[in-house]
Write a protein that binds this ligand. Structure first.
Ligand SMILES: N[C@@H](CCC(=O)N[C@@H](CS)C(=O)NCC(=O)O)C(=O)O
Length: 237
């Protein structure tokens, strides 16, 4: 039986199945990237719900896993060389799981780097910009009198949707030859676009109707059974 007792996080969130990948997450756009990925590739895992509204990522146990205090994070008891591996940052986790399973990241070098490029585009642009738009449009920032920050994130989010719209011309998925192949670039991006027009209620303000290819891609992605399951994991109390 695998022993994960060296990881303080397992004291607060005990592993009932220490031989499975331990997922510490919440179904937010960053969290669902990893649950969708785990559902897609079929690895055994044990999800633990981390309540960010109760500041659970800022306790010593969670910080020992991710000093940046954010979900998602994982421990793979069967990491490289058969040793446990702890990882945070959803993009790194997606690359790791893709390489571990040989799924959703092409081994053809050019396509592989393009996939990582679009994954970075999500990590460095879509996520941070859409997230700020959510804050200023839907959450505490909506009360701010000065609308310039909100307008800046609206404009930037709209511009990023345009980049995605152009990339999806003639493609079903973000990366790959011909019509493209479903990859970790799609896994990373689907939850963010869904959130933008769903939870953040920003569809109108960014003019989402002007991006029909993005809308079709989103629908295609959300129709995948693994995506539907991953969006609800870990189940909220
Ligand atoms: N770049 C990180 C971002 C993670 C992130 O921002 N997670 C948010 C939830 S979507 C979080 O844990 N927030 C809790 C907090 O800041 O207190 C990743 O992709 O993993």
């Amino acid at each position: 039986m695998t022993d994960l007792s060296a990881f303080p996080v397992t004291r607060r969130w005990p592993a009932r199945h220490p031989d499975r990948i331990q997922l510490y997450s919440l179904p937010t756009p960053n969290g669902v990237k990893v649950s969708i990925m785990l559902e897609e590739v079929g690895l055994a895992y044990e999800p633990h719900l981390i309540d960010i509204m109760a500041n659970e990522t800022w306790g010593a146990e969670f910080l020992s896993l991710n000093p940046n205090g954010k979900i998602p994070a994982i421990i793979d008891p069967d990491g490289p060389g058969g040793q446990p591996l702890a990882l945070f940052e959803s993009g790194a986790i997606l690359i790791y799981l893709a390489e571990k399973t040989g799924q959703l990241l092409s081994t053809e070098p050019a396509t592989r780097y393009q996939t990582i490029q679009w994954l970075m585009f999500q990590m460095g642009a879509i996520g941070p910009m859409f997230g700020q738009l959510g804050f200023f449009h839907r959450f505490a920032g909506r009360e701010y009198e000065d609308k310039r920050p909100r307008d800046r994130y609206v404009a930037e989010s709209r511009r990023l949707l345009g980049v995605l719209e152009a990339q999806l011309e003639g493609r079903d998925w973000i990366v790959g030859k011909d019509r493209g192949d479903y990859s970790i670039a799609d896994v990373a991006t689907l939850g963010w676009v869904r959130n933008l027009i769903g939870f953040y209620e920003a569809g109108e303000i960014v003019g989402f109707k002007d991006f029909p290819r993005v809308a079709a891609w989103l629908e295609r992605g959300l129709a995948r059974p693994a995506v539907q399951r991953g969006l609800e994991i870990p189940a909220r109390h």
